[in-house]
Design a binder for this molecule. Structure first.
Ligand code: NAD
Length: 499
């Protein structure tokens, strides 16, 4: 049995912690490895190595940091297949989607390669007679990233390249459900020439997270995961004086208006609902469909969803793989049963679907539920599985009210041919990321990613300029230079003669 290592101070470390937990291949249900939580001693070593590495890395020239980032970019691109296979084996998603995940992470690395421009400060000449002001940003120190199971490569890459480019030492605590990709990233950073201790990996679950979130040396915590844990991390880490960005769960709605291109709306809602088996924080879980077109839309969606090929993620024919665990599958199917009992109409039933030869895997098929109402659990909770809930609505105003009544505010999409309706929707919804005829509006790396309300606890989005701001602190110097023979009088007035 392979035991997944930590990566501390530039080297893989066999874990001494207990108890170990199993890492599954969700497509077969077989155990592929085990992972153990970091011990207090391992954590202390990583913190110390991070602190030592920070002292030198924060002083490394921008040119040196940029060279490492460019090399990492090349190595990451070259390792796409290795990473995709690892993601697919432990997370279950199909290979093409896993490659897409690597590509979205690569984008952030490319953004971070521009760090000299991004770190440039401002200078004001002669703010008062003889006085100049300059400001710039400096890194924080040892920072931590805690990441979820659904994007074991992309989400760490939302954080680490920017933290490292800006001069910090970064410790990744990946999900124990799919931890192997973290070690590939560590290897690639080393091969790129990053000094030991600047990128480290500690395996584990809540105990490791809590120890990191309260460690006095850690300056900032980036978290991505479910909302209850996001709130816990935010409360714990801010109480110990850290900067925190905690991205939580989601319940993303798509509104389909009667003037939308129906064929495009149906096919893109299906791909956004069932891609990655619905285990994306930007998955479309709810379609709000205008009454007048609802019968036709449900038929189109159910037809398209019936065509989704569900099998082993490594199978080139697969559109959708399994969910992450047997418990996740059972929960998803129980929510569907509850909805049907509460009056939802099951337009397509994925319950009990088990691909032939993969009966031990954690599969459930695409499910489409019509006539869902907001009081049902399938609407209220984040399902995080391949279930599309259809709620029939009277029009735009009712849809905006529903979206705004939802505690989550990650993404929302509108399908329409009307610029006026799209504008009203964009301005009216209390949501961080909006798609107009775009189902999954994950911003490119030079914009920033983040939701509102229970989808983001904290003040900063991840990556983009907000990422640079999160991982740095501002410094401002007000300067006067005198000739040795000048003798201006100092002022006792607070304005200090500044005018
Ligand atoms: P999770 O909250 O269970 O775990 C996330 C991380 O927190 C993991 O590293 C885990 O080990 C750790 N953790 C779990 N329970 C903990 C606890 N009690 N105390 C301290 N740490 C704990 O999330 P998950 O199941 O891995 O991922 C799925 C969730 O992540 C979904 O809710 C999804 O919407 C969300 N997500 C959000 C975004 C976003 O950008 N908003 C992106 C991806 C995933």
């Amino acid at each position: 049995m392979t035991t997944i290592q930590h990566f501390i101070d530039g080297a893989g470390v066999a874990p001494a912690g207990q108890p170990a937990s199993a890492v599954y291949n969700p497509a077969t249900g077989e155990v592929s490895a085990e992972v153990a939580p970091a011990t207090a001693a391992e954590l202390a070593r990583a913190i110390e190595a991070g602190q030592t590495a920070f002292a030198a890395w924060s002083q490394a020239s921008l040119a040196k940091r940029t060279q490492v980032l460019f090399r990492f970019r090349q190595l990451l691109a070259a390792a796409t297949e290795e990473l995709a296979a690892t993601i697919s084996r432990e997370q279950g998603k199909v290979l093409s989607d896993a490659r897409g995940e690597v590509a979205r992470g690569l984008e952030v690395v490319e953004f971070a390669c521009g760090v000299p421009e991004l770190m440039k400060g401002d200078f004001s000449n002669q703010v008062a007679t003889g006085l100049d002001v300059i400001n710039w940003r400096e890194p924080l120190g040892v920072v931590v990233g805690i990441t979820p199971f659904n994007f074991p490569v992309m989400v760490p890459l939302w954080m680490a390249p920017i933290a490292i480019a800006t001069g910090n030492a970064f410790i990744l605590k990946p999900s124990p459900l799919d931890p192997s990709a973290s070690l590939i990233l560590a290897r690639l950073w080393s091969e790129a020439g990053l000094p030991p201790g600047v990128f480290q990996v500690l395996q584990g679950g809540p105990k490791t997270v809590n120890a990191l979130a309260t460690n006095p040396t850690v300056r900032a915590v980036s978290f991505v995961g479910s909302t209850p844990v996001a709130k816990h991390i935010h409360a714990t880490a801010t109480a110990s004086g850290k900067r925190v960005q905690a991205l939580g769960g989601a319940k993303n709605h798509a509104l389909v208006l009667r003037d939308a291109n129906a064929a495009f709306a149906a096919s893109s809602v299906v791909s956004a609902a069932f891609g990655a088996a619905g285990q994306r924080c930007m998955a479309l879980a709810v379609a709000l469909v205008e009454d007048a077109i609802a019968d036709d839309f449900v038929e189109r969606v159910a037809d398209a969803a019936r065509q989704v090929t569900v099998t082993h993620g490594a199978d080139a024919a697969a559109d959708m793989g399994p969910v992450i665990s047997a418990a996740a599958r059972d929960r998803v199917e129980a929510i569907v049963t509850e909805a049907a009992q509460a009056g939802a109409q099951v337009a397509l039933d994925g319950r009990g679907f088990r691909p032939v030869g993969l009966e031990g895997g954690f599969f459930t098929g695409p499910t489409v539920l019509d006539f869902v109402t907001p009081d049902m659990r399938v609407y209220r909770e984040e399902v995080f599985g391949p279930v599309l809930a259809i709620v029939r609505v009277g029009g735009l105003a009712e849809a905006i009210d529903l979206i705004n009544a939802n505690p989550y505010g990650n993404g929302a999409a509108i399908y329409t041919a009307s610029g006026a309706a799209a504008r009203e929707f964009k301005r009216g919804v209390n949501v961080g990321m909006i798609g107009v005829n775009v189902p999954i509006p994950v911003p490119v790396a030079y914009h920033s990613f983040g939701g509102w309300k229970d989808s983001l606890i904290g003040d900063f989005h991840v990556y983009g300029r907000e990422g640079i701001a999160f991982y740095t602190q501002a410094k401002v110097a007000t300067e006067r230079w005198l000739d040795p023979d000048e003798s201006p009088a100092a002022s006792f007035n607070f304005a200090g003669g500044s005018r």
